[in-house]
Design a protein around this ligand. Structure first.
Ligand code: ADP
Length: 848
């Protein structure tokens, strides 16, 4: 179909498409147009990776915007939001204003109401709905990218509920759901009342196969697999041989592995395969790219990546800083980097086609079973689908690797010839429902149990389940939990969120996290006997609940059949032999008691909470991904725990409760990382100490900042006298500084390192920046005039000019001494790294 013949497109759209190199539509796109995608029809497109789904969405969005609506494009990953928004910015030539909604969950994002097209993650959209953003009620078109992720036990339910809410809010809006090829796309289409485009067509032929011995075996649709020689040299790995063979053909290879560590190790090894094949020009370009990578962040990961890139190889995983990721993706697309070893994040929507794909690891460690588990077919097919660059390669080739004859047969059967698994709703899992039930009530989507069940009846889960009554049962358990923890009130059939419940929903907290926080705080502060008993409630119920939601449906089924979790207070009451429900907040409420505000429990004003205790508290919540305990860690962190036993919040499990104790210690390890950061320990030192990447520190810090901000609000809601402690802990982790630097880091452009230098030179606060001798300030900032001027302006100094000011040498020496003195842990050695260039300020160490 020629682009001219697409109906209902706004003026200029055809020219725009042509300018983007699109003259005629790919067959699935043409099918979508015939199904009415530009006329506002709902559509599900189940189409292979890289076969032009995005254009289907664009056609829907530009025609919907032309009809006067706003379009919302829902992406599965935060990292993809900016990438998609950048792609859509080309639509600005059609007068379409594109916005991307990232940032904090609690913001309502009203500024987005002026945009024509908004890109956001499903979590973000969910939170916008919770926060009452008005524009989400005026949508003309909603696109859900990678809708098959509804199957994901952790994130799927949010997407599912969000789509259901958006439909309720915008009954007339067009819905377009894009999916990888799945088996039951028809079920998704039926659920969404949508037309279905379901096809295997792809713009470039994909040959899937398995490498074994000295040959690649391809499934070309014949009875027998096609065997092609691809010998492995004596000193080579199979992957190395494939990469070399591809290079001889001037092609690039994408290698998927199952862990970050493996990705890094493989890049190092593959670099030595690539390096001898580089020409001088490539070497020079790669050399400068390596330098650029090194300057992004001062860490071992950054160095390792730069070393690999200098040899024409790279690794890619979620532990990388986003600047690193972008540099690698671009260099791979430009064919400068010849091989990338990646964890599956790269398969999830980043457009990085490559001549060949190797799926090296088809098993991955699975925390819930404690062993290696085969990857889903859908995921392997998505990785394989990255093979073949349209217009550049005759076809793409994707290979799994077998070590023996049996494995060759197994891999053919399991992946090459197999159909992807059907997508199944994971909504009926209790951790998912406790969040969504509270939010659904708090944001007014349901005011009674009846309405709640009616709302849930509009979900994919309801359309798929054959098990009558299951959702009612789980919902009942969840309502009891929410009521007992004071988030909901129930009067007959009527459901109302309490103030605390509203706060929790608005803050985007898992109610279990909120219950943990409330309990930890009350446990430390409440003097009343009764309330203390009630406090460690969620704690006790946390046992199985804080873990990542269990993907095993059967298990969840079992749990809910058995009445689900044990409501918090009941457990504690059992243990402590108190009157059951005597302190039940819900019951109190029935008596007209106002337990959460005003005349709540009596607090001990003398208690103060340490940052470590607060970091531990938030690290224990299911909203924080804790660090794993490695060998030796159990002893190490047990010791640390006993050292800090009295300081930590909430009821600790005993050493003999294995899982719970392990969880407690993992949280302590995570808390210790956060504390190290807030004690100004060097970033590189932290990555080594905890075996994490710089991106991990950042994500832990971001999560802690968010959870402590939420704790601050909860503490105010409870009227507990520790708001200042919580705020200080939050600000310290946010900026990565000790408390004496908090005033300084509040000035823009002053990161943790500059603040420390200024402080050591005697510039101890914002006021000093306004009044102190400029030469001292300049000295502390290593004589960088432009930097000093910016900082002084930001601090509000009237005359910020550094003209004819000489840097004070003593100040410079004092500041440098500070850096090499290792402000953090007294071991000067790694602190010396802080004394790098001022470009440090843009690296992770300063979170600018
Ligand atoms: P998907 O979203 O299905 O993974 P994309 O939408 O990213 O795939 O498309 C893959 C590539 O194909 C993109 O580079 C896109 O510009 C290109 N493309 C899509 N449709 C057409 C078309 N009709 N003609 C030419 N190129 C196209």
């Amino acid at each position: 179909m020629d682009v001219e013949s697409i109906p209902e497109l706004p003026t200029g759209a055809v020219e725009h498409l042509r300018s983007e190199g699109v003259d005629s539509l790919y067959p699935p796109q043409a099918e979508a147009v015939e199904a009415g995608v530009t006329k506002g029809e709902n559509l599900v497109a189940s189409v292979p990776t890289a076969s032009g789904k995005t254009l289907i969405a664009q056609l829907a969005m530009i025609s919907a915007i032309d009809r006067g609506g706003t379009a919302l494009y829902i992406v599965p990953l935060r990292a993809l939001a900016s990438e998609k928004a950048a792609e859509f910015e080309a639509l600005e030539s059609l007068g379409i204003d594109v916005g991307v909604s990232t940032g904090n969950y609690e913001a309502s994002g009203e500024w987005l109401s002026s945009k024509d097209l908004v890109v956001a993650t499903s979590e973000k959209v969910d939170s916008l709905v919770r926060n009452g953003a008005s524009w989400v009620e005026n949508l003309g078109c909603v696109v859900s990218d990678e809708v098959h992720l509804i199957d994901d036990p952790e994130r799927g339910p949010t997407l599912e509920v969000t789509l259901a809410k958006l439909r309720q809010l915008n009954p007339g809006a067009q819905l377009v759901a894009l999916s990888a090829t799945i088996d039951n796309a028809d079920e998704i289409a039926a659920w969404l009342d949508a037309e279905l485009v379901d096809t295997d067509w792809r713009p470039i032929e994909l040959r899937m196969g398995v490498h074994f011995g000295d040959a690649a075996h391809f499934d070309d649709g014949e009875d027998e697999a096609t065997r092609e020689e691809l010998p492995v040299g004596a000193s080579e790995s199979a992957t190395g041989a494939i990469v070399r063979d591809t290079l001889e053909d001037d092609g690039s290879t994408l290698v998927f592995v199952n862990s970050r560590r493996n990705a890094e190790a493989a890049a190092g090894r593959l670099g030595s395969v690539v390096e001898p094949n580089l020409d001088p020009e490539e070497r020079a370009k790669l050399g400068s790219l390596a330098e650029e990578i090194r300057s992004v962040s001062d860490t071992e990961t950054s160095d390792d990546l730069a070393d690999a890139v200098a040899q024409g190889a790279a690794f890619h995983h979620a532990g990388l800083a986003s600047e690193h990721r972008t540099l690698i993706e671009d260099a791979f697309r430009d064919r400068l980097v010849k091989v990338v070893s990646a964890t599956p994040t790269l398969a999830a929507g980043v457009n990085t086609p490559s001549r060949r794909v190797v799926v090296r690891d088809w098993r991955r460690f699975d925390g819930s079973s404690g062993g290696m588990k085969p990857l889903p077919v859908l995921e392997v097919h998505q990785m394989m689908g990255r093979a073949g660059r349209p217009g550049m390669d005759p076809y793409g080739e994707a290979l799994l690797l077998a070590k023996g004859h049996d494995e060759l047969d197994e891999l053919f059967e399991r992946y090459v010839e197999a159909d992807p698994e059907p997508v199944q709703s994971k909504l009926a899992a209790e951790p998912a429902l406790r969040t969504h039930v509270l939010a659904t009530v708090a944001s007014g989507f349901a005011r009674s149990r009846e309405e709640l069940l009616a709302f849930l009846d509009e979900t994919l889960y309801a359309s798929q389940t054959e098990e009558a009554g299951r959702i009612e049962r789980v919902v009942e358990d969840v309502l009891v939990f929410l009521q007992r923890n004071g988030f909901l009130e129930r009067d007959g059939d009527t459901l109302t969120a309490t103030n605390l419940g509203h706060t929790v929903s608005r803050l985007y907290l898992d109610p279990m996290s909120a219950a943990t926080i409330v309990d930890g705080i009350e446990d430390a502060l409440v003097v009343e006997e009764n309330a203390v008993t009630g406090s460690s409630g969620a704690e006790a119920a946390m046992g199985g609940d804080t873990e990542t939601p269990n993907p095993d449906d059967a298990k969840l089924n079992e749990e809910s059949a058995g009445g689900g979790f044990t409501p918090a207070n009941e457990l504690v009451d059992d243990e402590r032999d108190a009157t059951p429900l005597a302190d039940d907040r819900g019951a109190e409420e029935d008596d007209g008691g106002d337990d959460k505000t005003g005349d709540g429990p009596e607090y001990d004003e003398s208690v103060s909470l340490t940052p470590l205790a607060l970091y531990h508290l938030v690290s224990r919540t299911p909203d924080m991904y804790e660090l794993y305990l490695k060998s030796g860690d159990r002893e190490k962190y047990s010791e640390l725990y006993y050292e800090h036993e009295t300081e930590l919040l909430g009821a600790a499990p005993s050493e003999y409760e294995d899982d719970r104790f392990e969880h407690w210690l993992s949280a302590l390890k995570t808390a210790k990382l956060l504390e190290d950061w807030a004690e100004e320990l060097d970033e590189d030192r932290i990555t080594n100490r905890y075996g994490v990447g710089p991106g991990d520190i950042r994500s832990k810090v971001d999560t802690a900042e968010w959870l402590l901000g939420a704790t601050e609000e909860i503490v105010s809601e409870l009227d507990a006298p520790v708001v200042d402690d919580v705020r200080e802990a939050r600000m310290r982790v946010q900026h990565g500084v000790k408390d004496e630097l908090l005033d300084l880091v509040g000035v823009r452009s002053v990161g943790r390192k500059r603040a420390r230098r200024l402080y050591r030179a005697g510039i101890e606060d914002r006021e000093a920046l306004r009044t102190a001798d400029k030469s001292v300030i300049l000295g502390a900032l290593r004589g960088r005039e432009a930097t000093a001027e910016t900082i002084l302006e930001n601090a509000g100094r009237e005359d910020a000019s550094m003209e004819s000011i000489d840097a004070d040498e003593t100040a410079e020496n004092e500041a440098t001494l500070a850096a090499t003195g290792g402000a953090a842990d007294g071991s000067g050695a790694d602190g010396a790294r802080d004394d790098g260039d001022d470009s440090d300020q843009s690296n992770l160490g300063d979170f600018s």
